[in-house]
Design a protein around this ligand. Structure first.
Ligand code: PMP
Ligand code: GLU
Length: 405
């Protein structure tokens, strides 16, 4: 067995400098504890607790019977890309053609493709905090530099145009954000996006990566994309996918919509790394988009009910501060009042990761520390779980936090 030091010397700097995904790590720890017989409630991973709709599953079975089992074109089957073009037109009123769409192995790969395609060593990527855990690590992999704009619960985790402009330097290459946001649920309105677009108009060398994976889980309004502003549309790269809207996390199906040159570059990168994503998942994706949003809307209703349930329960926990998220299926409550307190063994809770581990080991509820999302004063709870699990999880969290002294 090699020592930690020898392993580090074998591995590339690239991998040694990379952090493990905190969402996946906490989920793994939760599973390990559950395997030992502990009744763990997982609120760590962000995935719908619903099954993939039957018509999508049927389409996959049919695809197998029709022998869609060979390599697909690298950017995806043309009819899937056409279904995506149609969706962007009918749902978002955005015009694209299929040469602008590249389908990938999940939105995660789409994000990584875009960053590797655009970022040179030293280029700056502006990221509002809190952000989804993998953003900054993907930038690190590309040897870029993340420049963070901090927000807090007081501003509903939104940045202002002034904050954006102050973060821009001659090295800024990309701005990336998600709305609805993971981990806060924050949704930018059309006016707020228009104000950010006005800033980007002044800086023609900056690209905008708009992660819209939670588009359909929005409780306030219809979805607004920053790509709707003609003055900057050519510089916006939309990332979206099927994981959240159609409960298809395991199918690994995501895509970008971008200008032709960026799409072609992503196609080239993907052709040297993973090739086209799973042929069967792609055929099922066509049916998901063609059959419309009925199942998504059913899921949304359940999420909205649970959001209220968790909100009411969180507000009853002394020391926890929360807002009412407008989209996605997460709460990102402020928990810094517990820092400095001790557990029954005298261990001090120093940060949000300590608190998440304490909640897992003592409360048997898996959450994720806010530090991995760029804001250490918070933790993330996913409410994509049954009403009963949520009630029990919040009871356990309240009890465990109450034991800290
Ligand atoms: N972006 C955000 C904001 C996410 O929360 C996730 C998590 N799944 C992804 C992208 C990646 O999604 P996919 O499952 O399509 O890779
Ligand atoms: N995006 C989900 C989350 O934030 C899935 C896990 C992951 O890929 O990080 O929990």
């Amino acid at each position: 067995m090699l020592s930690h030091k020898s392993i580090m010397s074998i591995l590339s700097d690239r991998i040694n400098n990379l952090s493990e995904s905190a969402t996946l790590k906490m989920t793994k720890l939760g599973r390990e504890l559950a395997a030992k017989g502990v009744n763990v409630i997982s609120l760590s991973v962000g995935e719908p607790d619903f099954n993939t709709p039957d018509h999508v599953k049927e389409a996959a079975k049919k695809a197998l019977d029709e022998n869609y089992t060979r390599y697909s074109p690298v950017p995806g089957y043309p009819d899937l890309r056409q279904a995506i073009v149609n969706k962007l037109k009918t749902e978002n009123n955005l015009d694209y053609d299929i040469s602008q769409i590249v389908v990938s192995t999940g939105a995660k790969q789409s994000l990584s493709n875009v960053i590797l395609t655009l970022i040179n060593p030293g280029d700056e990527v502006i990221i509002p905090t809190p952000y989804w855990v993998s953003y900054s690590e993907m930038v690190t992999l590309a040897e870029g530099k993340s420049v963070f704009i901090n927000t807090s619960i007081e501003s509903d985790f939104k940045i202002t145009p002034e904050q954006l402009e102050a973060a821009i330097t001659p090295k800024s290459k990309l701005f990336m954000f998600s709305s609805p946001n993971n981990p806060t649920g924050t949704v930018y309105s059309k006016d707020e996006l228009a104000a950010l677009a006005k800033v980007f108009e002044k800086y023609p060398n900056i690209y905008i990566l708009s992660d819209e994976i939670y588009e359909h889980i929005n409780f306030v309004d219809k979805h607004e994309s920053i790509a709707q502003f003609p003055s900057i549309k050519d510089r916006v790269i939309i990332v979206n996918g099927f994981s959240k809207a159609f409960a298809m996390t395991g199918w690994r199906l995501g895509y970008i919509a971008a200008n032709k040159e960026i799409a072609a570059a992503n196609d080239k990168l993907q052709g040297q790394t993973t090739s086209g994503t799973c042929s069967i998942a792609q055929r099922a994706g066509i049916v998901a988009y063609e059959q419309g949003l009925d199942t998504v809307n059913e899921m949304k209703k359940a999420f909205e009910r649970r959001r209220q349930l968790v909100y009411d329960l969180l507000k009853e926990i002394p020391g926890v501060k929360t807002n009412l998220p407008e989209g996605a299926f997460y709460f990102f409550p402020e928990i810094s009042s517990f820092f400095g307190k001790k557990d029954a063994e005298g261990n001090v809770i120093k940060n949000s990761s300590d608190l998440a581990l304490y909640l897992l080991n003592v409360g048997h509820v898996a959450t994720v520390g806010g530090d991995s999302f760029g804001n250490d004063n918070y933790i993330r709870l996913s409410y994509a779980a049954s009403d009963e699990s949520l009630v029990e999880a919040l009871r356990r969290i309240k009890e465990a936090l109450g034991k800290l002294s």
